[in-house]
Design a protein around this ligand. Structure first.
Ligand code: HEM
Length: 177
């Protein structure tokens, strides 16, 4: 789901520069809004699934703490700070994505004025540059052999196929911007 959310965001971001390059605005702008809103929706559902499935409704677990009571450790221990930091970055990105989705209709354009509205919408790039280290962490670092994976005896999974697509997408967005 994270992959799908990233692709939806990338498509929304690519449409902007393409309309400038092709000088044909009308049909694309509607698509841009639709992709942006679907991205925010997908990211929200997926954020909820992480909260429910990974963090199991615990802020501490979301931040990388673990319950090691099986090893007779009473307090929760910070075992994976990278996980916590990546999740925090994801949450800030989601926060901005929701604000942008909320103003992705005609009414806010009139209320804010075309210039202000466009200015705020450019924060979609900020969302992308927040999501990039977040996704980069999970695609390139989180599942590598580490002290954490050794202690918790988790197996290192096969290379994630999305890694190289992610790099290609990030390079494309950066170049087009
Ligand atoms: C704002 C939009 C977001 C995007 C575009 C995004 C994107 C991604 C991507 C591309 C991955 C790698 C998926 C893979 O392993 O193939 C990922 C993994 C992950 N993200 Fe996000 N993320 C977002 C928000 C969040 C939020 C808000 C949280 C936490 C509440 C979060 C937590 C995670 C976790 C735990 C993983 C590892 C999941 C796994 O390996 O299956 N993400 N994310």
């Amino acid at each position: 789901m994270g992959d799908t959310a990233l692709i939806l965001l990338a498509v929304a971001l690519v449409i902007g520069p393409l309309t400038v390059l092709w000088q044909r605005k009308a049909p694309f702008v509607r698509w841009q809004r639709a992709f942006g809103v679907w991205f925010a929706l997908m990211a929200t559902i997926y954020g909820y699934l992480v909260w429910d499935g990974w963090a199991r409704w615990s802020v501490r677990r979301l931040l990388g703490f673990e319950d090691l009571s099986k090893m007779s450790v009473e307090q929760m221990i910070l075992t994976d700070p990278g996980f916590g930091l990546a999740n925090l970055i994801g949450i800030v990105a989601l926060f901005w994505a929701l604000i942008l989705a909320a103003i992705s209709s005609d009414r806010p354009v009139h209320a804010l004025g075309q210039r202000q509205w466009k200015h705020v919408q450019r924060y979609a790039y900020v969302v992308f540059y927040l999501v990039s280290p977040h996704a980069g962490y999970f695609l390139f670092l989180h599942y590598e052999l580490s002290l954490h994976s050794l202690v918790s005896q988790t197996e290192v999974p096969d290379l994630n196929w999305f890694r190289f697509w992610f790099l290609a997408i990030a390079a494309l967005i950066f170049t087009l911007q």
